[in-house]
Design a protein around this ligand. Structure first.
Ligand SMILES: Nc1ncnc2c1ncn2[C@@H]1O[C@H](COP(=O)(O)OP(=O)(O)OP(=O)(O)O)[C@@H](O)[C@H]1O
Length: 271
């Protein structure tokens, strides 16, 4: 279970001479939400609302100014072994001089797993993302969508309890994006992993999530959250044509617009 409680982040940097001689940017004001064990939650918010700041705090890469983040009951104070991340820029997260196999295996070496176990996990992960047989290829020999599958395989092979995905499909074409969305849902259902998926795309958030958490503009608080009461079996054609899907996406859209204007609406999505 991932718990974010009263999270606040103020960046301080030397700059405009204030009384303290420091420039302050309050990126996160007061963020509280949880992601239950095995849940898939999507997080959306206007550009610049602090999604990257939040993610870096959750990953233990940035120290909060207040509040706390706990993962599986333990407070996060640095990189956590229970957590794996998938970034938007797959081109920068894979090492071009390493084969697909070596890229996926790298974190397992850092985890100091024995060789046989590493081989087994790499094989299983590549099979799970539909890339069996590409072990010897180099990332630059693969399409963008396949490279992002390698990045997902690397995260999955690590056997995390929680997967953080930071706009992972923003840089691929629409068809590939749809395939990768379905892959995420399939992996999530198969592995029982907890997923926090950050996206700008409202349709993507509603299609993927069991719940959508909406953030306000910076300084950021939780604007609203909505349970996605669509059937668990989703497919691109029927789910997106479901009137309930339309009602939910309209609600999320209205909340994001309200967030941009700084208003908080209590309106529930119409059935
Ligand atoms: N290192 C830093 N020093 C000072 N201010 C920062 C720093 N990093 C981010 N900020 C500020 O904090 C706020 C949130 O930034 P952040 O990058 O977390 O937002 P974001 O939601 O990820 O943005 P986008 O949607 O554009 O990717 C912005 O006002 C930004 O200018």
């Amino acid at each position: 279970m991932l718990e974010v409680q009263g999270l606040r982040k103020v960046y301080k940097s030397a700059g405009r001479s204030g009384r303290s001689g420091q420039r302050e940017v309050e990126a996160l004001r007061d963020l509280t939400f949880t992601v239950d064990t095995g849940e898939l939650v999507c997080l959306v918010g206007p550009s610049g609302c602090g999604k990257t700041t939040l993610l870096r705090c959750i990953a233990g890469l940035l120290e909060p100014s207040g509040g706390k983040v706990s993962l599986d009951g333990r407070e996060v104070n640095g990189p956590s072994p229970g957590l794996a991340m998938v970034f938007q820029e797959y081109g920068r997260s894979l090492f071009p001089w390493m084969s697909v196999r070596d890229n996926v295996e790298l974190p397992l070496r850092q985890k100091k797993l024995p060789r046989e176990r590493r081989v087994e996990l790499v094989e299983q992960a590549l099979e799970a993302v539909g890339l069996a047989g590409t072990e010897s290829a180099f990332p630059w020999q693969l399409s963008g969508g396949m490279q992002q599958r390698v990045a997902i395989a690397r995260a999955v092979a690590y056997e995390p309890s929680t997967l953080l995905m930071d706009e992972p499909f923003a840089a691929v074409d629409a068809q590939t994006r749809a395939d990768l969305e379905d892959l995420v849902r399939a992996l999530w259902q198969r592995l029982g992993v907890t997923v926090l998926f950050i996206t700008h795309d409202i349709d993507e958030a509603v299609y993927l999530g069991q719940r959508v958490v909406m953030l306000s503009s910076s300084p950021t608080v939780v604007q609203d959250e909505v349970t996605v009461d669509l059937p668990a079996d989703r497919d691109q054609l029927h789910t997106r044509a479901d009137p309930r899907f339309t009602a939910l996406r309209t609600h999320v859209y209205e909340q994001i617009q309200a967030a941009k204007l700084g208003a908080v609406s209590q309106a529930a999505p119409r059935s």
